[in-house]
Design a protein around this ligand. Structure first.
Ligand code: 6PG
Length: 468
């Protein structure tokens, strides 16, 4: 019984993470009820590595060094509870359980409470980077029992992605902090993916760009300040040929988008704690609109709009769209980070926002060059409430705001929906409005419901008989 780490669930993520750990000379054991998964694990490992697969929970637990470190990589929800239930009788006080899936944060809070009573240390840890990330270096977002993290730290730091030699993993905060941060990561992921797909729509449907040209645009943007993992894979997607037809695969893929729900959770929870994240809301909404294929087919015949754009050249649109993208992308991150700022207080996570953007610089799906700028922004103003207030970020916004306005005008004239771009600009315009028209909303509320209003010239709450 001297294996250093165990993983329950040998699906894509669990298997690859174990192989990654073995590469770094940790002795590891994997548990899966599927015998084939348990045995292929051992075959895949390089020789000399201490790696074992088993289908027996008893053997799994016995093999592990105490206090045991066990990670669960099973689908979020009920499966996590079932695994915990099944291994709990075999565990001892001081053992550590790490949930590495996309669990909903309140589930983690509940599990932390239940297991703390039994002196089991529970961690919710977001892991990003997909299959390749798990195998060669993910970004990991752990939250939970601080002291237990020290036990896990050498393993996590060894297997995580590195940026300038620094590991993309750090203890983030108490309770469900890790799952919450990963949830917001996914909200940002949804919005950036939507911005890229809206860019594609405007260039393709609006300006007739074909796959090769789209590929070139995304590739050149990826070689600029806009560098990001999502930009990079997008440019590669446009090259991919379908094996059976020889056509570009992108044109054969259905436009009905699916989702596992993490982006929706981000938007829903942002509303619960009253943080505006309109770009993430819009990204979720646009995936939902994509599902209404029949309605869209009918409406495309019934509701017609004729393009009335003045002549805009191809070089010109690529150039303003690039600046517009940069602008919108920054507002998306700023919204997500402002959600973390508020959530940290609301849920007492004790998040260090500089640490969050730092570990997002490598390994994860939303890694991008701009995260370095955010890291410096938080260094200038630790725990800033909104990144857009940072001097350097504000100057980039200032420089690119006319481009996003022009881009949106063109899209409106062409009838192309740029919902996430538009939400990003409205967020920016609302943020820089010292006064908003919400005084009128307060008046209306008081008019029909005597809900009271506050005044700018006197203290207190007031009611007026408006129709008197
Ligand atoms: C990651 C991803 C991953 C997520 C997928 C699918 O960071 O590696 O966020 O955790 O499960 O992106 O998400 P949807 O199915 O909701 O699009």
């Amino acid at each position: 019984s001297n294996y250093e780490f165990g993983i329950v669930g040998l699906g894509v993520m669990g298997r690859n993470l174990l192989l990654n750990m073995a590469d770094h000379h940790f002795s590891v054991v994997g548990l899966d009820l599927d015998a084939e998964k348990a045995s292929t694990l051992e075959k895949e490992a390089s020789s000399g590595h201490l790696i074992k697969g088993t289908t027996s929970p008893e053997e799994f637990v016995t093999l592990l060094k105490k206090p045991r470190a066990i990670m669960l990589l099973v689908p979020a929800g009920k499966p996590v509870d079932l695994v915990i239930e099944s291994i709990m009788p075999l565990l001892e006080e001081g053992d550590i359980i790490v949930d590495g899936g996309n669990s909903f944060f309140t589930d983690t809070d509940r599990r932390v409470a239940e297991l703390t009573e039994k002196n089991i240390h529970y961690f919710g840890m977001g892991i990003s980077g997909g299959e390749k990330g798990a195998r060669f270096g993910p970004s990991m977002m752990p939250g939970g029992h601080r002291e237990s993290y020290e036990r896990l730290r050498p393993i996590f730091e060894a297997v995580s992605a590195k940026v300038n030699g620094e590991p993309c993993v750090a203890y983030l905060g108490r309770g469900s902090a890790g799952n919450y941060v990963k949830m917001v990561h996914n909200g940002i992921e949804y919005a950036i993916m939507a911005l890229i797909s809206e860019t594609y729509d405007l260039l393709h449907r609006g300006f007739g760009f074909k796959d090769d040209k789209l590929q070139e645009v995304f590739e050149s943007w990826n070689n600029s300040d806009l560098q990001s993992f999502l930009m990079e894979i997008t440019s590669e997607i446009f090259k991919k040929e379908d094996k059976t037809t020889g056509r570009r695969l992108i044109n054969l893929i259905s436009d009905v988008a699916r989702a596992k729900g993490t982006g929706k959770w981000t938007a829903q929870n942002a509303m619960n704690i009253q943080v505006p994240v309109p770009s993430i809301d819009a990204a979720v909404t646009m995936r939902d609109i994509s599902k209404y294929k029949m309605e869209r087919m009918a409406a495309s015949k019934a509701l017609i709009w004729k393009d009335n754009t003045e002549n805009v050249g191809e070089t010109e649109i690529v150039s303003i769209l690039k600046d517009a993208f940069y602008f919108a992308m920054l507002t998306v991150y700023a919204q997500g980070m402002s959600q973390l700022f508020v959530a940290s207080k609301e849920y007492d996570y004790g998040l260090n926002l500089e640490e969050v953007v730092k570990i997002w610089r490598g390994g994860c799906i939303i890694r991008a060059a701009c995260l370095d700028d955010f890291m410096h922004a938080y260094r200038r103003t630790p725990n800033s409430s909104n990144l857009l207030l940072d001097k350097q970020i504000a100057s980039i916004m200032q420089k690119n705001q006319s481009a996003i306005r022009s881009t949106i005008k063109i899209a409106v004239d062409k009838g192309i929906p740029l919902a996430v771009f538009m939400s990003s600009l409205s967020y920016f315009d609302a943020l820089r409005s010292e006064t908003l028209p919400t005084n009128l909303i307060q008046a209306q509320r008081d008019y029909f419901g005597a809900h009271l209003y506050e005044r700018i010239d006197m203290e207190g709450f007031f009611h007026t008989n408006w129709d008197e």
